[in-house]
Design a protein around this ligand. Structure first.
Ligand code: SF4
Ligand code: SF4
Length: 427
């Protein structure tokens, strides 16, 4: 454990074995899980609030959960387990609120094939989560001759009718956040970062990268009030991008679109044409062990369907997976907050088959990196989802005893090898 939040901290530096106050490592672990999930909830609530949505219950829970972690408030591990699961419930509500904010403002996403690479001419690439930032930029760049590209978690923007109506939203550039220093270096136009996924920029592009909203980096121009004039001026003054098409990616499988295929999906499962569904998604990151997810998707048998969400999709989405009876074998439901869509799809399938989610031929292969993923994981646990395979490594803030509880209650397990995990799941 590590805690240095109060004056009596051990040795004036930090409590690492047991708290001077009496807090043990399991309560500390549960408090950390709670605090980290609040960061994820705050991120989704922030985006929803930017679009005019807020929820009193979400706000009240954030206050209660933060208060519960004060020194000497509570050392009852069971109460923290309850709070942690309630955080999952509140995150589900927050993801729903953000989903509604997005669809009310930009329409229900529909499946779309998105060109990858660049088109000749000046360009701006937009990364992060904030669809309103992208919308405002598209309005302000209309008629300027600038092509706008999505990057990373912004890819699902192409699915929304009110965003893709802009003809100069021309495609997707690059991959996930951890590759941005190479990809932004090679992108000659302006770069706009709308959320936390910014890496410390290289000097080579520091003068043409901009932040807005919550994002910021020392020495980088921060745009206030969604006035993207400086981003546009820089794009027009920078060398144009080359014509460099690189195929297509698919996205936009919002639950409303997938549920339109529900009858076909149920029929294909009953006829034995679809054997299993794998959710392979979550975060991307730099660890070599994340190749597990690429290899896993490659080894998924042809009679199985893959669902995905989050920036982990870039580990698997460059391949053409084909279709089963007109049902795409790769279904990208969107950003990590659109795990809400994946959950809605799973619940609807369980309903159609008259069973629980854990009885569906569905397995979750989840990659995590940061705190939004912690909040989503808690939402899955709150829903009682079992057998999640989590990687590439287990969170350092989960104590051995808390991990035991997760294993006993939810059968959560670390990833092994793709071969081993697939054969165990399909046996
Ligand atoms: S709250 Fe408890 S565990 Fe944390 S620094 Fe203070 S005494 Fe140590
Ligand atoms: S939580 Fe994960 S999927 Fe979402 S933006 Fe962060 S790294 Fe990507």
């Amino acid at each position: 454990m590590f805690c240095y939040q109060c004056e009596q901290t051990a040795g004036g530096t930090g409590c690492t074995k047991v708290g001077v106050c009496g807090k043990n490592e399991d309560v500390q672990s549960l408090q950390d899980i709670l605090l980290f999930s609040l960061k994820g909830i705050a991120a989704y609530a922030y985006h929803a609030r930017e679009l005019g949505k807020r929820d009193e219950d979400v706000d009240a829970f954030v206050h209660e959960a933060l208060f519960s972690t004060l020194t000497n408030v509570d050392f009852d591990a069971d109460r923290f387990v309850e709070l942690v699961l309630r955080a999952g419930q509140i995150n589900l509500r927050t993801m729903e609120m953000l989903n509604n904010a997005h669809t009310e403002r930009f329409g229900n996403p529909t499946p779309v094939s998105v060109p990858r690479g660049t088109k000749a001419g000046p360009g701006i690439v937009v990364t992060g989560h904030d669809l309103l930032d992208l919308y405002e930029l598209l309005e302000q760049t209309e008629g300027t001759g600038i092509n706008v590209y999505t990057h990373g978690e912004m890819l699902p923007a192409h699915g929304y009718p009110e965003l893709r109506k802009f003809a100069h939203l021309v495609g997707n550039y690059g991959t996930a956040w951890q590759n941005q220093r190479k990809e932004f270096d090679e992108f000659t136009g302006s770069i706009l970062v709308t959320t936390n996924c910014i890496m410390i920029p290289k000097e080579s592009y520091k003068d043409r990268i901009f932040t807005c909203g919550i994002a910021g980096a020392a020495g980088v121009t921060h745009v206030k009030g969604r006035d993207f004039g400086p981003v546009i001026e820089k794009a027009l003054a920078s060398p144009p991008l080359p014509d460099n098409p690189q195929g297509t990616l698919s996205t936009g499988f919002h639950y409303t679109a997938v549920l339109g295929l529900a009858d076909k999906i149920v029929e294909a499962v009953k006829a034995g044409k679809i054997r299993h569904f794998f959710f392979i998604g979550g975060c991307d990151g730099a660890k070599p062990k994340r190749n597990y997810y690429t290899e896993f998707a490659e080894k998924v048998p042809p009679d199985c369907v893959i669902l995905t969400a989050g920036c982990g999709k870039y580990r698997i989405n460059a391949r053409d997976y084909g279709h089963i009876d007109g049902i795409p074998r790769l279904i990208d439901t969107g950003q990590c907050n659109d795990c809400y869509s994946a959950i809605k799809i799973a619940l609807a399938l369980a309903d159609a088959f008259g069973c629980g989610v854990n009885d569906l031929p569905l397995s979750l292969i989840v990659s995590w990196y940061e705190q939004k993923a912690v909040a989503i994981l808690l939402s899955l646990l709150y829903l009682g989802v079992k057998n999640i395979r989590l990687g590439p490594s287990l969170p350092a803030f989960i104590s051995p005893n808390v991990l035991d509880v997760l294993v006993q209650k939810f059968d959560i397990k670390p990833i092994a090898t793709p071969e081993q995990d697939i054969s165990e799941i399909l046996k």
